[in-house]
Design a protein. Structure first.
Ligand code: FMN
Length: 440
């Protein structure tokens, strides 16, 4: 008689999240900041990984709630180099939306030390649903410090990090600890490693189906996937696959084909996160719709403008004229103006002030001068035609006096005008205020 006992499953802690059945946004340095994560969630990502953040970068930060948008910011105040005349701007290391990311955000740590990993993870543990250890980054900045993919070659250290995190962060904060690895060249090596990792108390393991030397453009290798999934399942750990997944449908099909529990998308989501939508939900949307939403989230999050521009370059196809335009933007106002997102201009103006980048704007003055020019031309045309001006009605005071363009104050009607018909005496409703620059 065969046993009908269910396969084991490590328990998911009360504040944690099960990776099973999930299509998730991959951790991406630079491309995985808060606005990108919100956008992925908006289009249906089930969970989002934050960008790898090195333990030492987080240690020493202070937590605060941004009073303007309610986001949680972990920031540090840089020194002003002993120059009291120099303004100091806080440096936000990590930002979380506690409402929209609640129960869905996995914080990824870059570390090579159990002690530092625990110290850093404790800082954010109360605000996230899980902590993931990066054991796959092949970049020298990561591997040279023994972090990232270097940990694949030091399994004792990697296991010690995971065990320390489970014991000192996962258990007290009731969140899951997981790891993201790459496959090793030989399946036996990968199997040996995964067999050790799943015994550390982790709740999930993501496998990027490329070896460390492989370039991102090289096709993902799926030969080892089923074996990795089996080893995870025997220990009750959820297995997420990563590498060349480009849509929700494809992710679900691959999960089925290889018996894995979840799928993770990186580069396809970096370019167009609407890839998380099914075809029935609308599928892949045109870049303009996605970019509009992205810029809106950037404004709401007060995202660093340099980071926003970086992502815009990824999301706007290179051959479009807007690609070059976005490159030239120096502020959010410029950006919204150039992309013709008129509805976002008022917020862009506010955020530019908050981020101290308003004076960098190169298009604002130009646009304002153009508006004045247009107003003048409209008025001249109207006068010449003896008809009413095409834009806003003219102030009777200024018009009656045939006065100059006023730039210093808004003229007020002295009394309610009688019924009038000509341009010069066109009535102005009492509540109408005119832009001083436009009052001609
Ligand atoms: C811009 C960028 C940044 C990345 N940063 C990280 C990171 O911080 N941590 C990590 O584990 N992997 C990082 N990766 C790797 C991805 O998470 C993912 O494993 C890889 O791109 C393969 O997935 P894909 O084929 O869907 O692109 C990054 C990838 C890209 C493109």
């Amino acid at each position: 008689m065969t046993s009908l006992t269910a396969p084991p499953r490590v328990p998911i802690p009360a504040n944690g999240v099960d990776y099973r059945g999930k299509l998730v946004l991959a951790p991406m340095v630079r491309s995985g900041e808060l606005p990108s994560r919100l956008l992925a969630l908006r289009y249906g990502a089930d969970l989002v990984w934050g960008p790898e953040t090195i333990d030492r970068a987080m240690i020493g930060t202070t937590r605060r709630v941004n009073p303007r948008n309610g986001t949680i910011e972990f920031f540090r105040r840089p020194s002003n180099g002993g120059r009291p005349d120099r303004p100091i701007y806080d440096s936000v290391i990590y930002r979380i939306d506690p409402v929209r990311e609640k129960g869905k955000l996995i914080y990824q740590i870059g570390t090579a030390s159990p002690e530092l990993a625990v110290e850093a993870a404790k800082i954010v543990a109360g605000d996230v649903a899980g902590i993931d250890v990066n054991s796959g980054c092949p970049k020298p900045f990561s591997t040279s410090g023994g972090m990232g993919a270097a940990l694949l070659r030091t399994p004792d250290k990697l296991c010690a990090i995971l065990e320390a995190l489970v014991r000192e962060v996962g258990t007290p904060f009731q969140i899951g600890i997981s790891v993201k690895i790459r496959i090793l060249a030989q399946p036996e090596e990968t199997e040996q490693l995964v067999t050790r990792l799943v015994k550390t108390g982790i709740t999930g393991l993501t496998v990027h189906c490329r070896t460390t030397p492989m370039r991102p453009r090289e096709k993902a290798i799926r030969d080892q996937l089923r074996m990795v999934a089996n080893v995870c399942h025997e220990a009750g750990v959820a297995c997420v696959m990563n590498g060349d997944v480009t849509s929700r449908e494809e992710g679900l099909a691959l999960m089925e084909e290889f018996g894995v529990d979840g799928a993770m998308i990186a580069t396809a989501a970096e370019t167009n996160p609407s890839c998380f939508q099914t075809a029935v939900e609308g599928g892949l949307l045109p870049w303009r719709d996605v970019v509009h939403e992205y810029v809106r989230f950037c404004l709401e999050s007060e995202n660093r403008f340099g980071n926003t521009k970086y992502l815009l370059n990824m999301m706007i196809p290179g051959k479009n004229k807007e690609f070059k335009m976005a490159k030239n933007a120096r502020s959010y106002w410029d950006c919204c103006h150039l992309l013709q997102f008129e509805d976002l201009l008022p917020l862009a103006e506010q955020v530019d002030q908050t981020l101290n980048i308003a004076d960098r704007s190169v298009y604002k003055e130009e646009a304002r001068n153009k508006a004045v020019q247009n107003a003048l031309e409209n008025n001249e045309t109207a006068r010449a035609a003896g008809g009413a001006p095409r834009s806003k009605p003219t102030s009777p005071v200024v018009a009656a006096a045939g006065g100059p363009i006023r730039t210093n104050s808004i003229p007020k009607p002295t009394a309610k005008p009688e019924t009038t018909t000509t341009v010069e005496t066109a009535p102005v409703p009492e509540q109408t205020t005119q832009q001083p620059e436009l009052a001609a």
